[in-house]
Design a protein around this ligand. Structure first.
Ligand code: EAX
Length: 355
């Protein structure tokens, strides 16, 4: 891991040098010669009063045809490049190529990365209000989550992020998180006893899995596959849209359809970069992000049955939603709500009041 970290540090240093040499992105457009004669006319309705630029967008998941982040990023790229007549190019970097999610979000603040499509998990380290969304069994269903995220409460978290140099373009979806492990079927909280479970770098998740009796191990996503392969952790928890494209079925044999946390996936951009955009370009980016958000949510819904079938075909033993002891886990979750009552009690009351 030390070697990988060393290489990553070298890459990020080189990226910072490139950014410091000017240009409005980690990839300086001046160093990306436009194709000769590739006249790019902005689509009608835009004055095109912004420079040609290439923006780098990072995410943590494989560049797979069933990967929600990658297909969502491609959809966003398609819309922005069309709406700007090709004057803006989005370069997508999947598979944590630009670092872990927390590292990439830091890159937005440093100006070494332009955009990141991430889980909300690490976001609470930058905007604590975002942690309110990461509590177990908080949202009744996806429609309830959308109503909260796309409404005033989602906007309040976005405002807190702007205060630390991060512009949220839209709340897309990571999905309802499920538990996988190599030790046993997880039906009741007691089944978590002694299981070393990787969690995101998120204090709410760490506390919740301690309350369930597990041994939570926070870790960046890009370290997870190797950690499970080497037995450093017994299991992890993620939405099916992460578990299947990441091929976790190769090294995990138990899957519980727990839906214990709903994970939003914000599309974020460096606020300093966004603030430099003329209003019409800002509008293009927000509209493209919202269109992608709606498309990506449907993309996941349409693939859910296929994800489960793939898990079965690949030999995973599945505890169904009906077999999972929701009541017992919900009861065990009350501790984390009580522990954080002062910080998040009020916003949770508002979230539960949203129809
Ligand atoms: O954003 O770290 C995680 O488990 C996230 O859900 C994953 O990176 C997708």
């Amino acid at each position: 891991m030390g070697r990988r970290l060393g290489l990553c540090a070298v890459f990020m240093f080189l990226v910072m040098i490139a950014a410091a040499c000017g240009g409005s992105s980690a990839t300086d457009p001046a160093s990306t010669p436009a194709d000769e004669g590739a006249e790019t006319e902005p689509t009608e309705g835009t004055t095109g009063e912004f420079e040609e630029m290439t923006l780098n967008l990072g995410h943590a998941i494989a560049a797979d045809e069933t990967s929600h982040y990658h297909q969502g990023a491609l959809k966003f790229k398609e819309i922005v490049e069309e709406e700007t007549g090709g004057k803006v190019t989005i370069e997508i970097h999947p598979n944590s190529a630009l670092g872990g999610e927390r590292e990439m979000i830091e890159g937005l603040q440093l100006g070494t990365l332009d955009m990141v499509f991430t889980s909300s998990g690490p976001v609470g380290n930058f905007a604590p209000l975002s942690n309110a969304f990461d509590f177990p069994f908080l949202f009744r269903d996806r429609e309830h989550a959308y109503a909260v995220l796309d409404g005033e409460i989602g906007a309040e978290v976005a405002e807190q992020l702007e205060g630390v140099g991060i512009k949220l373009l839209a709340w897309a979806e990571n999905g309802f998180r499920m538990i996988t492990n190599n030790r046993r079927a997880i039906v009741n909280p007691e089944d978590m006893q002694g299981i070393s479970l990787r969690t995101m770098e998120n204090q709410i998740h760490i506390q919740a899995f301690e309350d369930y009796g597990g041994n939570p191990t926070p870790m960046a996503f890009n370290e997870l596959y190797t950690a499970m392969q080497q037995g450093v952790v017994d299991g992890q928890e993620n939405p099916l849209a992460v578990i299947i494209p990441s091929k976790f079925y190769e090294i995990q044999n138990h899957l519980t359809l727990s839906s214990h946390v709903y994970s939003p996936a914000p599309l974020l951009i460096s606020k300093a970069l966004y603030d430099d955009f003329p209003p019409e370009l800002q509008d293009i980016f927000v509209r493209a992000a919202e269109e992608m958000r709606d498309w990506e949510r449907e993309f996941i819904a349409d693939l859910t049955e296929q994800y489960i079938q793939t898990a079965l075909d690949e030999g995973m033993e599945i505890v169904s939603e009906e077999e999972f002891n929701y009541e017992a886990f919900f009861e065990a979750t009350q501790g984390v709500y009580e522990l954080y009552q002062d910080e998040y009690g009020e916003i949770h009351e508002r979230i539960w009041a949203v129809e």
